[in-house]
Ligand binder design. Structure first.
Ligand SMILES: Cc1cc2nc3c(=O)[nH]c(=O)nc-3n(C[C@H](O)[C@H](O)[C@H](O)COP(=O)(O)OP(=O)(O)OC[C@H]3O[C@@H](n4cnc5c(N)ncnc54)[C@H](O)[C@@H]3O)c2cc1C
Length: 461
């Protein structure tokens, strides 16, 4: 089969789908090719016996307005769901007991999570000098400014929840740029946050809505969002189940995109521009014309392996579930990273009186969990939930295990070389655009933002 189009988008995860949505909005001619038989990438919703569960992400943080814009655009097919206010309650495990993560100053002073000496030390945070090493790791930065117990019982579990990562690997300049800039611009986290609020008020910018309103999902599951994006992008433009995709420069600054259709027939698409939105490692196969040592500096990106388990109960008989969920600091020495309570803050996730939990485990520190068999995972979840969730016995009505070999990219010191190489590549091939989570952030809101930016770039907006 031979086709011609202006733009080919490779990958139909959230980034590729958002790109397609905006390309359609900007009246571009394009095709999306995807190796899997289904769209959505990491986002897949399951529905069984009264449970609606996510195999990948459950919620995102609305940290930019484009997310709201996208939901508004696709409202004919899918509705935004805000998490209930209870998501403000978060827990941290210490000595096998959940402790509330303090939200305010009083909570911060009284919490048993942090050492007394670190609480006193925090008073001096605004007066400490900013760091000078741009590749300082997150653990070094936090120990320097806030103290070890804040690293162990606040930052480390936060990083497990977001990156399934390790603060001694992540570099804040790339992994948490807002935090890094706070120190670089204002000299302090505490002073910087206060000054930023004052600046916003001065400039007349509206106060941000409170945290709970910023956690989003889609009604009846995030797959409704990905399918809505495919509808709005034009379902006929999506080609699924395409194997062995390669992109080769052709005459006249065109690209030949080749692949194999599900029935074994060869596919050739001639395009003016190509956008890739896959994870980093796929680029090795997609771009065979690039010298291996050069492409390696782009694709050599560490990804956390994550195992996610959806556990459902028709009747919940454990302790009261109220809040977003709990995280387990590395210091506690567990294989489980955290337990989310989706049925407590999203509607229709479990039958009335029941509960849906999402247990995630492994991450950068425990990649071995990825290779554990389902029986071993079951036992781990059983003992963990009995110990922490007040369950006398463990008889779930839903138990589904999902493994991700390349779940979350880890933005470490190697980002600098990657970004330089990406710039060089795009300079040499201006019609080849490399998107995806190898840059631009790891969360759903970041992916949506990048999707729009990619579409704007190729459409000349
Ligand atoms: C277990 C888990 C939990 C998460 N939790 C959260 C969370 O709570 N909040 C949050 O905001 N984010 C979370 N994330 C991250 C979020 O899911 C991702 O940022 C987002 O879904 C990534 O979208 P993407 O399109 O960039 O990549 P992907 O979803 O990986 O999509 C890439 C697509 O490219 C396709 N592809 C790959 N190689 C090729 C190839 N050679 N040819 C053709 N197609 C190819 C893949 O099949 C896939 O469909 C989580 C991720 C995982 C895995």
């Amino acid at each position: 089969m031979e086709l011609k189009t202006d733009i080919v988008v490779v990958g139909a995860g959230l980034t590729g789908l958002t790109t397609a949505h905006y390309l359609q909005k900007y009246k571009q001619s394009f095709l999306v090719i995807e190796q899997a038989k289904q769209i959505g990438g990491a986002i897949q919703t399951g529905e069984e016996n009264g449970f609606i569960y996510e195999k990948g992400p459950s919620t995102g943080v609305m940290n930019n307005e484009i997310v709201r814009e996208v939901f508004e655009d696709v409202k004919a097919y899918c509705s935004l769901e805000w998490a209930a206010n209870s998501v403000n309650k978060r827990f941290i495990l210490k000595n096998n007991r959940w402790r509330s993560l303090p939200a305010g100053v009083i909570g911060g002073i009284t919490t048993p999570l942090f050492r007394f000496s670190d609480k006193i030390r925090l008073l001096g945070e605004p007066f400490r000098k900013p760091g000078i090493n741009p590749n300082e790791t997150l653990d070094q930065l936090v120990k320097r400014r806030m103290g070890k117990s804040f690293l162990e019982y606040a930052i480390d579990p936060f990083i497990l929840g977001v990156y399934a990562g390790d603060p001694s690997y992540l570099v804040p300049r790339f992994a948490l740029p807002k935090l890094y800039n706070l120190e670089q611009k204002y000299g302090s986290f505490i002073g910087g946050s206060v000054k930023m609020q004052l600046e916003k008020r001065k400039s007349g910018e509206k106060k941000q809505p409170k945290q709970p309103h910023r956690i989003f999902s889609a009604k009846e599951g995030l797959s409704h969002l990905t399918h809505a994006l495919m509808q709005s992008g034009g379902a006929e433009k999506f080609m699924l189940g395409i194997q062995n995709i390669t992109i080769m420069p052709a005459e006249g600054s065109h690209f030949n995109v080749k692949g194999v259709l599900p029935d074994g027939e060869d596919l050739l698409i001639q395009a003016h521009q190509v956008i890739t939105t896959t994870g980093a490692s796929s680029l090795n196969g997609l771009l065979p014309f690039i010298e291996p040592s050069f492409i390696q500096s782009i694709t050599n990106l560490l990804y956390a392996k994550v195992v996610q388990v959806a556990v459902g109960f028709n009747r919940w008989e454990g302790s009261v579930i109220d809040g977003f969920g709990g995280l387990i600091p590395s210091k506690e020495g567990k294989l489980v990273l955290g337990v989310l309570y989706p049925s407590a803050f999203l509607s229709k996730r479990a039958p009335e009186g029941g509960a849906l939990l999402s247990v995630f485990m492994g991450g950068v520190r425990h990649p071995e969990v990825y290779d554990m068999d389902d029986e071993a995972i079951y036992q781990l979840v059983e003992t963990s939930l009995q110990e922490w969730m007040g369950l006398a016995s463990f008889h779930p009505d839903l138990f589904r295990v999902f493994r991700y070999q390349e779940a979350i990219p880890q933005y470490g010191a190697d980002c600098e070389a990657r970004f330089i190489a990406l710039d060089r590549l795009e300079h040499q091939y201006p019609n080849l655009h490399i998107g995806g989570n190898l840059q631009g952030g790891i969360g759903m809101a970041d992916r949506i933002k990048q999707g729009k930016q990619l579409a704007e770039k190729v459409a000349g907006k």
